[in-house]
Ligand binder design. Structure first.
Ligand SMILES: [Fe+2]
Length: 245
């Protein structure tokens, strides 16, 4: 464990040097959304980048007409084949940074949540996801963290702030997710999509999920698993993954 944790030894000094008051103020002003370009260097995330080539054959392709097309790798495959990803997710320095940013304690998702950490691949023409919220299936809030790993694409994360606030005008924005860039948002608050990739483009993003309570009604767990099976990882991964890992 010590050897794995040392993979991200540069995180702590780097994150402790950030102006957290300013970042937290921006996050709050944006209704719990922030995009931080060059959050980490390629040196900081080298253990993640180095693991990517061996994962290529494990990408699960999915297609939901009118809503989504792309590839994904669930936490079960990352647990089994790329320990640097769960290591990164559990990094105390990263979790401490996120808790300060969000202004509340954050919990790691349970072992049977395939979305705890996952990879999204946009590698074919037209890969995209339509407008949606990252709905929390837990009883508390769900925070989504996106980290750019590879981006040779024209894809943009498009979003609308304050969409559900009747007192404020909606503000639209868009950003690429270049390597090392971090995006954090409250999944129930940010209406967002990713625009389609063109032929020959490639985009790989790491997603992390943290929550404020671990409680989840069994029916909502079932709905969440069905969504993950159909839209992301496949039935084999979702319904047998937790038992295998
Ligand atoms: Fe999303």
């Amino acid at each position: 464990m010590l050897a794995q944790s040392s993979s991200f030894a540069t995180l702590k000094p780097h994150l402790s040097g950030l102006d957290m008051a300013a970042l937290r103020a921006e996050f709050e002003a944006n209704a719990e959304f922030i995009a931080i370009p060059e959050f980490l260097s390629t040196h900081d995330i080298a253990p993640l980048l180095d693991a990517l080539p061996a994962l290529e054959s494990r990408v699960h392709r999915n297609f939901i007409p009118g809503h989504k097309k792309g590839g994904s790798i669930s936490r079960y495959d990352l647990d089994a084949h790329a320990p640097s990803f769960p290591d990164f997710y559990r990094s105390p320095a990263l979790q401490g940074f996120l808790q300060t940013l969000c202004g509340r304690p954050l919990l790691q998702c349970p072992a049977d949540d395939p979305h705890t950490y996952a990879l999204y691949y946009y590698t074919e023409a037209g890969d995209h996801i339509g407008w949606h919220y990252d709905t929390s299936y837990y009883k508390g809030a769900r925070y989504t963290v996106l980290l750019g790993l590879e981006d040779r694409s024209s894809c943009r994360l498009e979003y609308e702030l304050y969409r559900d606030d009747p007192k404020r005008a909606t503000v639209s924005g868009a950003t690429a997710l270049s390597p090392g860039m971090l995006v954090v948002f409250n999944g129930d608050k940010l209406w967002h999509r990713v625009t389609p990739s063109a032929a020959g483009e490639r985009r790989v993003v790491l997603t992390l999920e943290y929550v404020t309570t671990l409680g989840m009604h069994p029916l909502r767990r079932f709905v969440s698993n069905m969504k993950d099976a159909i839209a992301y990882f496949g039935f084999r991964q979702v319904f047998s993954g937790a038992k295998r890992s």
